[in-house]
Ligand binder design. Sequence first.
Ligand SMILES: [Zn+2]
Length: 272
Amino acid sequence: MPLPRSPSGIPVARLRALARALAWAAVLLLAPAVPPLASVPSLSLPPAARAAAPPRVAIVFEHAGASLADLAPIYRMHEPFGLGIFPHKRYSAQIVRDALAHGLVPILHLPMEARNPADTAPVAGAVWVRMTDGQITRIVEDDLASAPGVVGVSNHAGSRATADPRVMAAVLRTVKARGLWFEENRTTPSSVASDVAARLGVRRVLITTYLDDPPVDIERKVRALIPIAQRQGAVLAAAHITTGTPQVVLRLLPEFRRAGIVFVPITEFLPR
Ligand SMILES: [Zn+2]
């Protein structure tokens, strides 16, 4: 899909990047000191620049793979959102390529066993706790092969599997061997995913803010990201492509812009 162009023929995304760079310079020159960022991973900016950084929001949209039409509102925004892509779906591989071309962050959304079987099924390529380590390695590698080019792995469901240290170690060893990182969607307070990732030296990021789970009050929850980002400096949230949330974010985009919010990739929340 060609990039949209401005009347001057310059791609809109490039103009937007230029405008953002100018806004940044204005912030650095004009803004008074803002409160220090709390509970936000440090960035590769010098401390003075970080103190004046604009509020940042990262959103990951999950459950891509079965349809291309669902992704149109996401691509239209030209922002570096994460995109969680199911393995073995009709468009899994194509969506990885399209996501990269649109500046998104493609992530394998790995189905994992839930306590309630209905939460996991009927998705292909799932990790079950009855599997041996070798079987888990093979299924994760098969899943990755069905979505070549993903840069990270996230869990879909998994309230049983993410609480099992052996299973998580088998998954995360494969993630590490491929040079990828892990996005944990916490589905149980008993999760050991972050602990096992730390032990194995796998870079990971935890998401606990969901915009449409349950799928009510979505507009309020999307809009609430603005004051949260302004207060904390940054916020990371996840949503699903099939709940209408991408359309809500698209509609509210002018409010985010007016508030000076900068959308950043989820990778900014990974430890360096
Ligand atoms: Zn999911």
